[in-house]
Design a protein around this ligand. Structure first.
Ligand code: VGL
Ligand code: ZN
Length: 201
């Protein structure tokens, strides 16, 4: 069985949001077209408590973009985004949410970030996504969403690592691209790990 995984298609990652991904809104029509081709559609939501330690606001003296050490792992600091139960954490307007079978919440522990939909960045805790997919005999995963160089990348790397036949559908992805080349590097890294990167729809 194959499933479609929609990564973090939330207001705060769209233009006008707190952590806008350039052209992030362009993935919505792609998602809406693709959902028709899959019997199972899963979505992740970045779902942070207001005091999440990935927020620069929690680290006086630091600013957005800084990289700090958080419990032994490097953490880039972001603007406050995708705070639980706020508008920014809601799915993008127009997204065909009625086609989403299951939503996985990540980044809920204030002390560790979670770019991957499967595990937190320290790999201390699983989100439950893997178990949900295995119960439904999903072996193949097609991934799209936001952002190519962060949550899409780390979700895809974990997916192949867990043994799912993993494709990333680039047409449905956009990146933050803090540094020019970040998306290209993410694509190279995913391909090197065994992810099939599909460039056209
Ligand atoms: C993301 C940065 C911080 C993402 C989430 O969804 O790619 N990026 N939180
Ligand atoms: Zn986040």
């Amino acid at each position: 069985m194959r499933a479609l995984l929609l990564v973090d298609i939330q207001n705060d990652f769209l233009p006008g949001g707190a952590l806008p991904v350039p052209q992030g809104d362009a993935v919505v029509p792609v998602a809406n077209r693709l959902v028709a081709d899959y019997s199972i559609v899963v979505a992740t939501k970045d779902w942070h408590p207001p005091n999440h330690k990935s927020f620069a606001s929690q680290h006086p003296g630091h600013k957005v973009g800084d990289v700090i050490d958080l419990d032994g792992i490097p953490q880039r600091l972001w603007p406050d985004h995708c705070v639980q139960h706020t508008w920014g954490a809601e799915f993008a307007p127009g997204l065909a949410t009625e086609r989403i079978d299951h939503v996985v919440y990540k980044g809920t522990d204030p002390n560790v970030d979670s770019y991957s939909g499967f595990f937190d960045n320290a790999r201390r805790r699983a989100t439950g996504l893997e178990a949900w997919l295995r119960e439904r005999k999903i072996e193949m995963l097609d991934i799209m969403g936001l952002a190519t160089d962060y949550c899409v990348q780390f979700t895809a790397l974990d997916a192949v690592d867990l043994g799912f036949a993993t494709r990333v559908l680039l047409e449905g992805c956009r990146g933050v691209e803090l540094q020019p080349g970040d998306c290209a590097a993410a694509i190279d890294r995913m391909q090197a790990a065994g992810v099939v990167v599909v460039s056209t729809g």
